[in-house]
Design a protein around this ligand. Structure first.
Ligand SMILES: Nc1nc2c(c(=O)[nH]1)N[C@@H](CN(C=O)c1ccc(C(=O)N[C@@H](CCC(=O)O)C(=O)O)cc1)CN2
Length: 310
C-alpha cells in the first residue's frame, strides 16, 4: 500500500510553526502580521476558500480583513482599492482571490499588488525571483507541493520529476522549485504526446491538469511519489457531489506515497499563505532573514520534527 501523505496534519504542523513566529514577532515589538483578502463576485468555491483563509489567520494570530466586492465592480475601483492597501502600513499581505470576473484583466490586477505584499507570489517580480532562485515569495500551492514531497523524500538530487500542467499558478512554479531541488524536470501539457510513457519513468509526478483521474495506475512506476493538485467536483453514483483529483487514487497503491483529495495539497495552500504572510510582514519590517525559511526546499526532518512537537 502506498503511504497516504496527510496534508491536513502537515498543514497543522506548519501552522504551529507560523503561530510561534507570530508570537515571537509580537514579543520582539514588531507589528502583528496583517493579511487582506479581496473577493470579487459570488463564486461559491472562492467564498469557501476565503472564509477558510480568514479563519486560519485567526488561529495563528494574524490580523485579517476582507473586502467583498460585487461582481460588477469596475477594474478601476479594484485597482484603486489595491493602491490604497499597498500604502497601508498595517497590511503586510494582499491577495485577490482568483478567478476574477471576465471583465477584469487578472494579470493587470495581480501586477498592481506591491511585490512586497504579494503573499500569493503571483507578481512578475516574485515569478522572476523564483525562476532565478533569488528569494521572494513562493506561490502557496507550489510551496505546499514541495513541503509534501519533502515529507517523504530525503534527497531530491537527480530524481526524475514529471509535472502535468503548465499553469502560471501551479505547473510552472512547481517545475522551478523542483529544478532548484536538482531534479530532472519534464513539464507536460495538453499537446504532450506519449504522456503515459513519460509519466512511467518518473520518480515524482505532480498532477495539476484539472482532469479527473487522468493519471492511471499503469502510468505510475512502483515506488514513485505522487502529488495530486487537481480538485474537481463530480456527482458520485449515489447522486451526491464528491471531490476527485487528477490521480486515480485506488489504482496507484504500488506508488511509494500519494496525496489524497481532499486532504492533501488543499490544506497546504492555506497553511503556506499564512507562512508567506509572516515572511512578508517580517521583510516589510526590516527582517529579511525570513525569506530563506520557506524558499528553501524543506527536508523530511523539518516536518517529522514539527509533527512530533505538535
Ligand atoms: N488568490 C488565489 N486564488 C486561488 C488560489 C490561490 O492560491 N490564490 N488557489 C485556488 C483556491 N484555493 C485557495 O485560494 C484553495 C483551494 C483548495 C483548498 C482546499 O483546502 N481544498 C480542500 C477541499 C476543498 C473543499 O472541501 O471544497 C482539500 O483539498 O482538502 C484551499 C484553497 C484558486 N484560487
Amino acid at each position: 500500500m502506498a503511504e497516504k501523505i496527510d496534508g491536513r496534519a502537515i498543514a497543522r504542523a506548519l501552522d504551529e510553526k507560523t503561530k510561534a513566529q507570530v508570537d515571537e514577532m509580537v514579543a520582539a515589538g514588531m507589528k502583528r502580521p496583517g493579511l487582506t483578502v479581496i473577493l470579487v463576485g459570488e463564486d461559491g468555491a472562492s467564498e469557501v476558500y476565503v472564509r477558510r483563509k480568514i479563519k486560519a489567520c485567526e488561529k495563528v494570530g494574524i490580523n485579517s480583513s476582507e473586502h467583498r466586492l460585487p461582481a460588477d465592480t469596475s477594474q478601476e475601483d479594484l485597482l484603486a482599492l489595491i493602491e490604497k492597501l499597498n500604502k497601508d502600513p498595517e497590511v503586510h499581505g494582499i491577495l485577490c482571490q482568483v478567478p476574477l470576473p471576465d471583465h477584469i484583466d487578472t494579470r493587470l490586477v495581480l501586477r498592481s499588488i506591491s511585490p512586497d505584499k504579494d503573499v500569493d507570489g503571483f507578481h512578475p517580480v516574485n515569478v522572476g525571483r523564483l525562476s532565478t532562485g533569488t528569494g521572494g515569495i513562493v506561490p502557496c500551492t507550489p510551496l505546499g507541493v514541495m513541503i509534501l514531497l519533502g515529507s517523504v523524500i530525503d534527497d531530491f538530487k537527480g530524481l526524475d520529476a514529471v509535472v502535468i500542467g503548465k499553469s502560471n499558478i501551479v505547473g510552472k512554479p512547481v517545475a522551478n522549485l523542483l529544478l532548484d531541488a536538482e531534479c530532472t524536470v519534464t513539464v507536460t501539457h495538453i499537446y504532450t504526446e506519449n504522456l503515459p510513457e513519460i509519466a512511467r519513468k518518473a520518480d515524482i509526478i505532480v498532477a495539476a491538469a484539472g482532469a479527473p483521474e487522468l493519471v492511471k495506475g499503469s502510468w505510475v512506476k512502483p515506488g514513485a511519489v505522487l502529488i495530486d493538485v487537481g480538485i474537481t467536483r463530480i456527482k458520485g453514483e449515489d447522486g451526491k457531489e464528491k471531490l476527485v483529483g487528477d490521480i486515480a487514487f485506488d489504482e496507484v497503491q504500488h506508488a511509494k506515497a500519494v496525496t489524497p483529495v481532499p486532504g492533501g495539497v488543499g490544506p497546504m495552500t492555506i497553511a503556506c499563505l499564512l507562512a508567506n504572510t509572516v515572511q512578508a510582514a517580517r521583510a516589510l519590517q526590516g527582517d529579511n532573514s525570513a525569506s530563506s525559511d520557506y524558499a528553501d526546499v524543506p527536508s523530511r526532518s523539518m516536518f517529522t520534527e514539527a509533527a512530533a512537537s505538535s
